[in-house]
Design a protein. Structure first.
Lengths: 619, 295
């Protein structure tokens, strides 16, 4: 097995140590697939080629003046005509391109040379250097740029180069801030820690692990900055502050403006050159950004495709929307019944990727059903389709869901009916999430977040809802409900936040609670308390509970019945004792075999001795 | 190679003595935050010390202090007889041959822009190994952790969580270290993946005689993989001893609560454990009340 793999690896012509190229080549390919990318690249490359070849292809010297032929119209010798001094416009445009592009590069180069290293150091080391450089940056940014440039011109004379170096310094804070922010976001990544443990010097860490993060934003920023530099430089020259002995687009523009009534065409050519260059740079920057964010673009496209393809289906389903079909007789007494449910996501190529496939189960009042499975088994997707909280692009590809004798997803419907579910959600079906902290809004007090839904759903007054909320907080075992009521989410612990969410879930007296890994994010001792609370509330209120979890201990603690899911399919269903003691399916047996409880320590769990380096199954 | 640890066999590989770690407070002239108080642990050759505790107990900080990633305020970290508590970057580079790490999150512990081959070759290159020799070693490593050789030219995002954790383990093994600090290496993994990765850790120890400082919040995991176990609570070690004793018959009230809080996968035994836990909690509460009354 490993032999064949090895030969294949040797045959592959890619040498080691070229990770950058691999990444970049795909970005490059995506860039070239984008019409905007190709167009802007073509324009910029053409202009650059013309600038480089200017001495060869220009018919005249940039300052060669034919006094007898001023302000001439285009002809075979001067293909774009001549200016007021009889100089050839086409030649001057070519030489101007040289100077304009080079000075823009100089400006970006100076800005990068200052901003990039400073940003890397400030972001990586923080501390004093960052504090000092922040001061310098703030001062630079508060300087009025144009006035500084005018002063420099007055002091050093009308040199394009000096003014562009000055402008580069003035604009370097934009690189500094960009770099520093990017570096700060990865400084504490674990792979940087791993590199430190390996003994890599700071310089190598920055070069290998940090610089790759800022590379792409720097390229995009440079495209924008080069455009701005051309505009600023040409602006100065247009005002007459340029070097009159050099041909640049700004000088030509100024010249054209003086003669605008005599030969308006003189104004057109440099303006057109500038517009093409600056526009090309901006569009190139956008195209690179799109190429780097291609993943998100595919998603977007996916949505469009699916919307088109499902209009027909939706039209078919429409008649059934008004009068929902009655559920199969004999099944009305189930609180929830899921029949042959399939959930899928349309892909870019038009196919549908199924994440839930032919899943059927039911939950009765007063019963706790556990849905067990590993990541990617579709257990959360199943729960979310009962709640009607699937993402917009998800489709019900088969089956039905009924709640208390009525369909929420009737057979043949391809989406969860929000109309029907919004009447149930919060009132009769409620939800306990996995991450308690990210499910409370940090901007509002806990009390506000408990009271508002009750006022809306139950139609009671605020004061009444407040009384109820305080009682609920006591019910979920919070010793000082008054203080928790007035607290903001960040002021309580994770276990406390989960109790608050449980209080919220039962606040409107639901018939069904769906709990998605409700204790996974909690410490073990807190988990035990929360499980106790869930059991006690469920027995007291006689509600149905669907408990999504990966932990068989939690299942044993709470559940009456269990369904086991794998890769979107239902593998096994039974009472908790059947499943945990006599699992019939090999997958359930493997899962239970992976439990550590009751195993002899220091022995192999799933592999044979000596073969622990077994291949990971493809996920 | 697997020699059961015997404390009479000379000096331990790693010993941490009266370690204190404090983080400076963000606020001006405020008292620094004390993450670890007076920690004493030792790890012998080929031994695994399990470190268990709840979130915020300081177990991760202890691992980071050993690696030089957390500031040592007082006390000593002694590795093979040398005090490494304030080792310079250069000394760390030498040390990295013997002291390595596997982090919790296999998604952020591998640089997403580097190929697996480059990630694994990095520690080898730091030690000055020739590229050709490094490439050979990388292949050996991939084989050792059960990944296909063609993984060399693939990016981390092409692998599942369990496979990424194998890459992280391979990186830690690259220089044949004597001690690996494992910071919750299986808690982000699925149950069956966790079992396979634990098997891999055991197999590697059997084959190479490496020692582990194994940090986890899960008492079952720690019991399974450790020779000895230390329990942390609020920045202190509250109990320490042979794994069998600490994880089955603990003395400290917190460890007792921890043990009975972990649910077992059988409804009837779990009901029993639940009852035991409630009894324990009631006992501990009444004890505290009595102590309060005496005081």
């Amino acid at each position: 097995m490993s032999d064949s793999v090895e030969t294949a690896a040797i045959a592959a012509p890619v040498p080691a140590g070229q990770s950058g190229t691999v990444v970049r080549s795909t970005v490059m390919r995506r860039l070239l697939k984008n019409p905007m990318g190709i167009a802007s690249l073509a324009i910029l490359l053409t202009i650059a080629a013309l600038a480089i070849l200017a001495p060869v292809i220009a018919p005249f010297e940039e300052n060669f003046a034919n006094i007898s032929k001023t302000l001439a119209a285009p002809d075979s010798v001067n293909i774009m005509g001549t200016d007021s001094a009889g100089r050839d416009t086409w030649s001057r445009l070519l030489f101007g391109a040289q100077l304009t592009l080079l000075s823009a590069l100089l400006c970006a180069g100076v800005a990068i040379a200052i901003g990039l290293p400073a940003g890397l150091i400030a972001g990586y080391y923080a501390g004093k250097f960052e504090a000092v450089s922040n001061w310098v940056v703030s001062i630079l940014m508060s300087l009025p740029g144009l006035i500084v440039l005018l002063t420099i011109r007055a002091a050093f004379g009308p040199s394009v180069w000096i003014s562009m170096i000055a402008f580069g310094i003035l604009i370097s804070p934009s690189y500094f801030r960009l770099t520093r922010t990017a570096v700060q976001s990865v400084r504490n990544e674990l792979y940087v820690d791993a590199a430190r443990v390996s003994g890599l010097s700071d310089l190598s860490i920055i070069a290998r692990h940090i610089f790759s993060v800022v590379r792409a934003p720097i390229i995009i920023q440079t495209a924008a900055i080069a455009g701005v530099a051309i505009a600023i430089q040409s602006g100065l020259e247009f005002l007459g502050l340029g070097d009159p002995t050099k041909a640049t687009w700004g000088v030509m523009l100024s010249e054209g403006f003086k003669n605008v009534y005599l030969t308006p065409m003189l104004l057109l050519w440099p303006a057109l050159a500038m517009a093409l260059t600056i526009g090309g740079l901006v569009l190139l920057g956008n195209a690179i950004r799109d190429a780097l964010e291609d993943g998100e673009k595919i998603k977007h496209r996916k949505k469009v495709v699916s919307a088109e393809s499902t209009t027909a289906d939706a039209a078919k389903a429409r008649p059934s929307r008004k009068s929902v079909a009655a559920v199969e007789t004999g099944t009305e007494h189930h609180l929830v019944k899921v029949t042959n449910l399939g959930v899928g996501y349309p892909q870019a190529d038009g196919s549908i990727k199924k994440v839930v496939d032919d899943v059927s189960f039911h939950v009765d009042r007063g019963e706790i059903l556990g849905i067990v499975g590993e990541s990617g088994s579709g257990k959360s997707q199943t729960a979310f389709s009962i709640l009607g909280l699937l993402p917009d692009n998800a489709r019900i590809v088969g089956g039905s869901i009924q709640f208390d004798g009525n369909y929420t997803v009737a057979p043949g419907e391809d989406r969860v009916s929000q109309e029907r579910l919004s009447k149930l959600r919060g009132k009769r079906i409620s939800y306990i999430p996995q991450e308690p902290m990210s499910n409370l809004d940090p901007a509002f007090t806990i009390g506000y977040q408990l009271v508002t839904p009750m006022v809306r759903v139950l139609g009671i007054s605020k004061a009444e809802a407040r009384q109820r909320a305080l009682k609920l907080l006591t019910d979920v075992g919070i010793t000082n409900p008054e203080r928790t009521f007035n607290a903001y989410p960040h002021e309580v612990s994770g276990g406390m936040a989960q109790r608050v969410l449980i209080a919220g879930a039962i606040s409107c007296e639901p018939d069904l609670v769906i709990a998605d890994e409700p204790t996974t994010a909690l410490d073990v001792t807190v988990q035990a308390d929360v499980l106790d609370l869930l059991r006690e509330l469920q027995q007291r209120l006689n509600i149905g509970v669907i408990l999504v979890t990966h932990n068989f201990g939690v299942v044993a603690d709470l559940c009456d019945r269990v369904v086991v899911m794998q890769n979107g399919r239902l593998v096994e269903e039974g009472t908790v004792r059947e499943i945990l003691r006599n699992p019939k399916e090999p997958y359930t047996q493997t899962l239970l075999g992976s439990m550590l409880e009751g195993k002899t320590p220091m022995t192999m769990l799933v592999s044979k001795p000596g073969s622990a380096a077994e291949k990971e199954p493809v996920a | 190679m697997s020699i059961p640890f015997d404390s009479s066999q000379g000096a331990p590989l790693l010993s941490v003595e009266n370690l204190v770690v404090e983080y400076p407070s963000k606020r001006f002239r405020a008292k620094p935050f004390r993450a670890l108080t007076d920690i004493n642990i030792t790890i012998g050759q080929g031994e695994t010390l399990g470190l268990v505790g709840e979130s915020g107990s300081g177990k991760t900080t202890l691992g980071r202090a050993v690696l030089g990633l957390a500031p040592v305020t007082a006390g000593k970290v002694i590795f093979e007889g040398n005090d490494i508590s304030n080792a310079s970057r250069k000394e760390r580079r030498t040390l990295s041959r013997d002291l390595q790490v596997v982090f919790q999150d296999p998604y952020t512990s591998l640089n997403p822009a580097l190929e697996i081959g480059d990630i694994l070759a990095e520690p080898l290159g730091v030690q000055g190994m020739e590229p050709a020799a490094a490439k050979k070693r990388v292949k050996e490593l991939l084989d050792q952790v059960g990944l296909p050789t063609d993984a060399i030219h693939r990016l981390p995002r092409e692998f599942s969580g369990g496979q990424r954790q194998r890459v992280a383990i391979a990186r830690a093994l690259a220089l044949s270290p004597k001690l690996i600090v494992c910071d919750e290496p299986v808690s982000a993994l699925d149950l069956s993946t966790q079992a396979r990765v634990l098997d891999l850790f055991l197999q590697i120890q059997k084959d190479t005689g490496v020692s582990y400082l194994f940090v986890s919040h899960d008492l079952d995991v720690v019991r399974h993989i450790s020779h000895r176990v230390a329990v942390m609570y609020h920045g202190e070690i509250v109990e320490q001893g042979p794994a069998e004793v600490v994880t089955r018959d603990p003395e400290h009230p917190y460890t007792q609560r921890l043990l009975l809080a972990s649910p077992v996968p059988d409804p009837d035994r779990q009901e029993q454990r639940r009852a035991d836990r409630h009894r324990l909690l009631a006992n501990q509460r009444s004890q505290i009340e009595q102590q309060g009354a005496v005081a």
